[in-house]
Design a binder for this molecule. Structure first.
Ligand code: PNW
Length: 488
């Protein structure tokens, strides 16, 4: 009624899309049912239950393999226009290879897509969300260059069977996470060979991404109706102080954590970021290597990978402060030693229920602006943004999180001209949070793990998000959440 400009409603344009996301291993269960092959996450959690926070695995998870109709109903109730889910490679190709296709697997995803369409929800498919077929890991997984060819074969099967009904594809979810944590850290397959195998993984994944993009455009997308991107994760890297050494450290961190994958695909020149090239070449030499631990693309590969995108998928949750490291070179190779910075958080930033996730809404606006000027304003789909809190349905803190991050997105679009076209909340319902088991809850719906039917119950945030998705507008606030568009 009395709307002064200050309390004016904040709305997104009509064509701005809202969605929710999940991933196969985190929700499907049915790990060995109807012909599905073993994945590296099955193997890892079965062999090392004690490494997972609550000693659990996702053999059953939220049982979405059986409960997908119910899940699609929940998605429809949210009023979102798309659902981002991933396909389990070993459910489609049990051995990872294309000579043996599992019809039950194809049927499951076909039914899921049909069900979604009946509710007027589009599918945004992630081809790979970390669950490599174990038989391919036995060949070295992503450190083996031939994995790029096998990924192209798998992608071709997906395009053949689902391509007529699905227009939006994400090749890989967070190569930083699965290369760095999987081959250099604590996630499956648990190689713990940082500074060597994580770089090999990234190299194969970048080639695989480019090859799939080219293959799709040549063989399947003759009318240019489809969109392919990759989902990259980046916490915002804020300099600890305004000193120039901290600013340089922050930019170095952005290039190592995001540029590693983004520069080859989204920059004009292509290839790895010059700062990575320089640092890793020099440090490798000092460590006695005859060649750099960071592989080199051929000229043809640089050109093939450069520009292989229709959109940039961004997974963003939080922010870090950055200052220079101690400058020492460790004898043992390490990605973090190569990067050479210290990452910290401000004690003032509100906590979530995940140790790595502090609530810093303005970091998203800065991230989007950095992407805009570093990569010439690509179309960005926010493929993940979300927060964990303790169990409970009255999750006003989650509403505040989403609201404040969306205000940050709104400012990035309408004040700064960032080309952001969609926002995806992670996640539909509480599910298996990898090494943190079921202990962290990100869902708009609460999953009740103690009832045999794994009941999903809407939280307050579900009706909040429904209102946002249906109207494209944020609720009015007399006192809007702090920090939403502060550029510090
Ligand atoms: C995401 N970070 O990973 C994954 O894509 C999801 O599968 C997962 O459930 C979700 O996080 C919540 O944990 C992330 O560095 C990896 O800020 C790294 C970061 C954030 C998310």
């Amino acid at each position: 009624v009395n709307a002064s400009p200050k309390s004016a409603k904040i709305c997104f344009r009509k064509d701005f899309a809202f969605g929710v996301a999940t991933a196969a291993y985190q929700i499907e269960g049915a790990w060995n049912i109807s012909g599905k092959g073993e994945s590296i996450w099955d193997r890892y959690t079965h062999e090392h239950p004690d490494w997972v926070f609550d000693h659990k695995n996702a053999d059953v998870a939220t049982d979405s393999y059986h409960k997908y109709k119910e899940d699609v109903k929940l998605i429809g109730d949210l009023g979102v226009s798309y659902y981002r889910f991933s396909i389990s490679w070993s459910r489609i190709l049990p051995t990872g290879l294309s000579n043996q296709i599992n019809e039950d697997g194809l049927r499951y995803y076909k039914d899921l897509i049909t069900e979604l369409h009946q509710k007027d929800v589009q599918a945004l498919i992630t081809m790979y969300h970390w669950d490599l077929p174990q038989s391919l890991q036995d060949l070295g997984g992503w450190t083996n260059p031939i994995m790029a060819e096998y990924f192209v074969d798998y992608a071709r099967v997906l395009f053949r069977h689902f391509g007529d009904h699905v227009r939006a594809w994400v090749t890989f979810n967070e190569p930083l996470s699965f290369c760095q944590e999987g081959y250099g850290g604590q996630d499956a397959p648990g190689r713990r060979a940082s500074g060597v195998e994580d770089y090999m993984c990234a190299h194969t994944v970048l080639r695989a991404h480019g090859m799939v993009y080219r293959m799709y455009k040549e063989e399947f997308d003759r009318n240019n109706q489809g969109y392919i991107g990759i989902a990259l994760d980046m916490p915002w890297m804020e300099p600890y102080t305004t000193s120039s050494v901290d600013k340089v450290a922050a930019e170095t961190a952005r290039q190592f954590l995001f540029g590693w994958f983004a520069n080859p695909i989204f920059s004009k020149r292509g290839g790895y970021p010059p700062i990575m090239r320089r640092r890793i070449d020099v440090i490798s030499k000092r460590q006695g290597f005859f060649r750099s631990r960071l592989p080199t693309f051929t000229k043809e590969e640089v050109d093939m990978i450069r520009g292989s995108y229709d959109f940039l998928g961004l997974n963003h949750y939080t922010t870090n402060l950055v200052k220079p490291g101690d400058g020492r070179i460790t004898a043992k190779p390490s990605f973090y030693n190569d990067m050479g910075v210290k990452l910290i958080v401000s004690p003032e930033w509100p906590k979530s229920n995940s140790s790595w996730l502090r609530i810093v809404p303005w970091g998203l606006r800065k991230t989007l602006n950095w992407i805009r000027h570093t990569y010439d304003n690509p179309s960005v789909v926010i493929t993940e943004n979300g927060v964990s809190f303790e169990k409970g349905l009255k999750d006003r803190k989650r509403i505040n999180y989403i609201d404040s991050y969306l205000r940050s997105v709104h400012a990035a679009i309408y004040k700064d001209n960032c080309d952001v076209i969609a926002y995806t909340y992670w996640t539909l319902m509480d599910n298996f949070e990898w090494m943190r088991g079921f202990s962290e809850r990100f869902g708009l719906y609460e999953t009740n793990y103690s009832t045999p039917d794994l009941k999903r119950i809407p939280r307050l945030s579900a009706s909040y998000f429904e209102r946002v998705a249906r109207t494209g507008c944020l609720d009015d606030h007399s006192s809007s959440p702090r920090n939403y568009d502060g550029m510090v």
